[in-house]
Write a protein that binds this ligand. Structure first.
Ligand code: FAD
Length: 403
């Protein structure tokens, strides 16, 4: 049991998961410190989707008015050949807003801003610090003593690690990454680029070549778009935290590719929000170790290919904050209930639709041609009912508790 019914909580990471849980804790009057390693809110990221229970959680937490102002109005996805000829289309309505193109899409950076704006409106006990991170952490039965890079040492009743796929807090408390991280056979890059003149309004348009795909996705501002590059590539430590090496690998793999590849590569060189990361699945069987609990990508991730990273972060944050607020004097109980409630959602949300990167990005010209035929068939009228089943979100039946 906790010794206090007014706990002091540390949230590590000011991304979607960290900011959502901080917002809800503050609204419950719980003293919350957030430390974000970056020195300002991190921009960037393409449109992320809110599906099934995450839509409901966002509505209950009052996020929808802010999202409504900043959301991207995407009509659907179109697939083109290297000559720019469209061979398949997925309209948002074809899957009732729950397919590959979701009904609610908002750029990751914009969603984070919606959360930060709501946090600023709460007159609660908040200490929000940029440019800081944990250097050292020790635990006993009732809390954790944390030393920050800034030199401060403080004690918290609970530490919520929401510091993303490469969570340093997870490494510090739960052990080395190898136990929890599975490389899914590829990498993805996102960055902002000027919208090419002949772009079809509101449509994400993509082209696949052997072992890679490149796409242009609408932004909120019609003058700009998001470039999305997916590479089929084994894990390569040389690509970690080295944008020059990452961009060189992309250039190598898209060299000579048709359609808009040259425009995308030109824009990449000058982009100021280039984001590149491995496609990784994160599985941590027990989300809590003593008084440290994992939230969002730090504890569970199916990679951007799952389209559910943000949904898991929002549902997880809603549940964790809800359980803490329900029993602020029993944080052990709240952590256990969070694990129990979130697990059925995660098990379904982490599944990759359509067979993962091997199906998505064949390595040969013949395989890529077959994948095109496959997409054309799957989006045809006759096959649509079956395709809908294949892409139906496994989380559709999940019932979100009410707090
Ligand atoms: C810049 C950026 C762009 C992204 N773009 C996309 C995208 O286009 N499509 C997609 O599907 N997913 C994207 N993601 C991942 C997506 O945001 C997450 O899958 C999902 O929203 C869950 O969020 P999270 O808060 O768990 O993790 P994240 O969004 O990764 O947030 C983690 C936060 O913790 C901070 N942090 C990291 N280490 C530390 C530390 N040691 N101490 C303190 N803070 C730390 C990071 O700076 C970051 O702000 C992106 C993530 C980032 C950071």
């Amino acid at each position: 049991m906790n010794t206090t019914s007014t706990p002091k909580i540390l949230v590590v990471g000011g991304g979607i998961a960290g900011n959502t849980v901080a917002l809800q804790l503050l609204r419950a009057g719980i003293a919350t410190t957030v430390v974000e390693r970056a020195t300002t809110p991190r921009p960037g990221g393409q449109a992320v989707d809110l599906r099934t229970a995450s839509k409901e959680a966002a509505e209950r937490m009052g996020l929808l008015p802010g999202i409504g102002k900043l959301r991207v109005h995407e009509q659907g996805w179109a697939y083109v050949t290297e000559e720019g000829k469209t061979y398949a289309r997925i309209d948002v309505d074809m899957f009732d807003g729950e397919g590959p193109a979701a009904e609610i899409e908002i750029a990751r950076g914009d969603l984070n801003q919606v959360l930060l704006d709501l946090i600023a409106e709460v007159d609660g006990p908040l200490d929000y610090r940029y440019g800081d991170w944990i250097e050292h952490l020790t635990q006993d039965a009732t809390g954790a003593e944390v030393t920050f890079a800034s030199g401060r040492t403080e004690r918290y009743d609970l530490v919520i690690a929401a510091d993303g796929v490469h969570s340093a807090t997870r490494r510090l408390v739960f052990g080395p990454d190898e136990q929890f991280v599975t490389h899914l056979g590829g990498y993805m890059a996102f960055f902002t680029m000027p919208t090419p003149a002949d772009t079809e309004d509101g449509w994400l348009t993509g082209c696949s070549i052997p072992s890679a795909s490149f796409a242009i996705r609408p932004d909120r501002d019609p003058a700009t778009s998001k470039a999305i590059i997916t590479l089929r590539q084994d894990y390569d430590p040389a690509l970690r935290r080295d944008p020059a090496a990452q961009q060189a690998r992309i250039r190598e793999m898209l060299d000579g590719a048709g359609w808009k590849a040259p425009l995308i590569l030109d824009a990449m060189a000058g982009s100021d929000d280039f984001y590149f990361d491995q496609l990784a699945r994160i599985d941590v069987p027990r989300l809590s170790s003593g008084r440290v609990t994992l939230l969002g990508d730090a504890g569970y991730c199916g990679s951007p290919l799952s389209g559910m990273g943000t949904a898991m972060a929002i549902v997880g944050a809603y549940l964790l904050a809800g359980e803490i607020a329900a029993t602020p004097g029993d944080l052990d109980g709240a952590q256990a209930r969070y694990q129990e409630l979130v697990t059925p959602f995660l098990d379904k949300a982490k599944e990759l639709p359509g067979g993962g990167i091997k199906m998505m990005l064949p390595t040969t010209r013949f395989g890529a041609a077959m994948a095109r035929v496959n997409w054309r068939l799957m989006t045809s009228k006759a096959m649509l009912p079956l395709t809908k089943k294949l892409f139906a979100p496994g989380t559709a039946d999940y019932v979100l508790p009410t707090y």
